[in-house]
Design a binder for this molecule. Structure first.
Ligand SMILES: *[C@@H]1O[C@H](CO)[C@@H](O)[C@H](O)[C@H]1NC(C)=O
Ligand SMILES: *[C@@H]1O[C@H](CO)[C@@H](O)[C@H](O)[C@H]1NC(C)=O
Ligand SMILES: *[C@@H]1O[C@H](CO)[C@@H](O)[C@H](O)[C@H]1NC(C)=O
Length: 299
């Protein structure tokens, strides 16, 4: 009797997940066309930028991105991604959101208080490896200091670049590069004080309504994503255009929001498919390969 009543909700949940079209894998991970929290993408597209004309300004290239790119550890509250950096890049992601913590000259990767078992050198090495293998590509990186001691990371960033990459890997200008100029390079969007290292993050047209207190606020979050994406074709083409589809809150996990927002994003883009229009950079939690490919196909 007890067992019977306890089992019923479990069955219902499984039924709901199957109805939702999810492929439920052994460990409870989900791989759908819009949302993927398994350990690797369904398919990859490592050199899609090869097809972008050299003369096109990078601000006119539509790109998929990840929010809190390195947030792979720390449980549901801290995790935003399930693919390692190398897999994200090979799947087609070209915008990275990197948050570093400065401790006595070291730049470690954290999401909030959760240490992500990596430092900025690992990120640079991953980008160097990828660009060596696929020189037609470029990587755009927002770099921000978070939960830190100093709020003065310029010198440490320069040291890491010399140590784990090389100076010429970077685009050292505030000017927007063309696709041709950007190939093989890391485009840092500097989200910290100090001398110029590259372009400034604050020069972008950004929608980052990240706060989604409860699942009842998902509709509101989607509305802000929708409005910004609708404005993309009319936006200033000389300026990069960035929309965060990700969100989190005290009573919601990034994965719970991504499961809902990514689906709406997928349907929205699907309805526009075939139109070669500007949608800019769309930054997501747990994107799936078909959703990345959909964004790529707007070019
Ligand atoms: C900084 O990084 C070096 C090399 O990885 C390590 O040996 C050292 O302990 C780190 N220092 C701090 C304060 O984390
Ligand atoms: C999104 O954020 C902007 C400013 O950051 C704010 O003006 C706007 O009202 C927000 N939109 C929603 C739907 O919360
Ligand atoms: C990668 O994306 C490009 C551009 O949309 C497309 O033409 C190509 O077929 C894709 N390649 C793979 C391997 O999916």
């Amino acid at each position: 009797m007890m067992n019977g009543t306890q089992q019923a909700p479990v069955k219902t949940l499984l039924e709901l997940m199957l109805l939702a079209g999810a492929i439920v894998l052994g460990d409870g991970a989900i791989q759908r066309p819009d949302y993927d929290d398994t350990s690797s993408p369904e398919f990859i597209n490592s050199s899609w930028m090869a097809g972008i004309p050299d003369s096109l300004p990078l601000s006119e290239v539509n790109m998929p991105g990840t929010h809190n790119t390195m947030a792979l550890h720390g449980g549901h509250i801290a995790e935003c991604q399930s693919w390692a950096l190398a897999s994200q890049l090979r799947a087609g992601v070209r915008f990275l959101d990197i948050r570093v913590r400065h401790v006595k000259g070291n730049l470690t990767i954290h999401h909030g208080v959760s240490y992500q078992r990596a430092h900025f050198g690992h990120v640079l090495e991953g980008v160097v490896d990828f660009l060596n293998e696929y020189p037609t590509e470029t990587v755009v990186m927002r770099l921000r200091e978070e939960f830190s001691e100093t709020y003065d990371i310029y010198g440490a960033v320069v040291n890491y670049i010399h140590r784990y990459a090389h100076w010429d890997l970077l685009w050292h200008s505030r000017q927007m590069p063309t696709m041709g100029q950007a190939r093989g390079r890391l485009i840092v969007l500097q989200d910290f004080a100090g001398p110029d290292l590259g372009m400034r993050y604050r020069s972008l047209d950004i929608a980052d309504n990240w706060s989604v207190p409860t699942l009842l606020h998902v509709a509101e979050k989607w509305q802000s994503v929708y409005e910004h994406l609708e404005a993309a074709p009319k936006g200033n083409k000389a300026q990069m255009f960035l929309t965060y589809a990700s969100g989190a809150g005290v009573f919601t996990y990034p994965s719970a929001i991504a499961q809902r927002i990514n689906r709406r994003l997928f349907d929205y883009l699907d309805a526009k498919m075939g139109q070669k229009q500007r949608i800019g950079i769309i930054t997501m939690d747990y994107p799936a390969a078909p959703l990345l490919q959909m964004i790529i196909d707007f070019n």
